[in-house]
Write a protein that binds this ligand. Sequence first.
Ligand SMILES: NC(=O)c1ccc[n+]([C@@H]2O[C@H](COP(=O)([O-])OP(=O)(O)OC[C@H]3O[C@@H](n4cnc5c(N)ncnc54)[C@H](OP(=O)(O)O)[C@@H]3O)[C@@H](O)[C@H]2O)c1
Length: 312
Amino acid sequence: MGGLVPAGRRGEGPRRAPGPRAREDRGARGDARRERSLSSAGGRDPDGSRPPAHAAPPASLSGDRPLRGRNAAPPKGVGHEHDTDPAGTGGLMKIGIIGAGNIGGNLTRRLTALGHEVAVANSRGPETLTALAQETGATPVTVDRAAQGAEIVVVAIPFKNVPDLPEGLFDGAAPGVAVIDTGNYYPRRRDGRIAGVEDEGLTESRWTERQLGRPVIKAFNGTYAEDILDRHRPAGAADRIALPVAGDDEAAKKAVRDLIEELGFDTVDSGGLDDSWRQQPDTPVYGLREGIEGVTRALAEASPVRPEAFRG
Ligand SMILES: NC(=O)c1ccc[n+]([C@@H]2O[C@H](COP(=O)([O-])OP(=O)(O)OC[C@H]3O[C@@H](n4cnc5c(N)ncnc54)[C@H](OP(=O)(O)O)[C@@H]3O)[C@@H](O)[C@H]2O)c1
């Protein structure tokens, strides 16, 4: 594997999503967009930090499992049939979103715009989510209600807070619920040192899965939050970007890939959760805005060595 870093990752200067304090004040998407443009900064990663240089060159990989790109089906809009339709709702799903910040908030916006029934929760309670509810039509709920009846649940909270989520969170979820983990471990800036990652060598999503006690699918972790609103494209568009998706449960992974494609992005199967170091912070694919080919190449170029800047 060469050291190729596809064009557009480092030098393009993608914009930064609004920080939590700015978010509290915004009441409408227009405000959010204004904040994003005000906070624009070059060379930022999806979580808003400046990416350090790679600490290690890409390792030579033997026995790579296939990284499969996918020719997306046409995006499904409101009322279109979804591949998985267990509830018989014509493709519209019940989706729970835990975390209403940069990622959770924008997923709430897009998924409601597509017609899905979204319940959204944060740590402070539903009464603090009235502006987002009015804007989107999502239902604000307490965390312990977020997964009720849900076919897909998105966990979009800071990594270190995952163990705080209530036990039995998924008890009332739909059978076979797919759980999306958007998280990244930022030991120095936010999360502190987490032994399971540092000492046991668990991938970030494997650690999260253990905290939650159920399988997760890793997706959106390297996606700029604003791209969820601004960079979706119809299938086949020349500038449609692809997102890597990792996980062990093939049925859940398919459901998540279908949803992402409906959201307006191609997907690349990046393997199982133990392979998901390939898309963790500071890897070539993290923050990459390229199509299936570029994403597949970037995943193959990743190093399993955790960069020094991302050690606690
Ligand atoms: N920002 C990005 O562009 C981006 C991109 C890809 C991945 N990620 C990753 O995705 C995750 C979320 O990032 P973010 O930027 O969206 O975070 P954020 O803007 O800080 O928002 C975090 C959200 O999580 C909620 N929360 C925190 N602890 C909670 C708990 N115990 N129970 C329920 N809700 C809780 C917060 O609620 P309160 O406000 O009420 O506390 C808030 O709504 C992180 O792991 C991050 O690294 C972020």
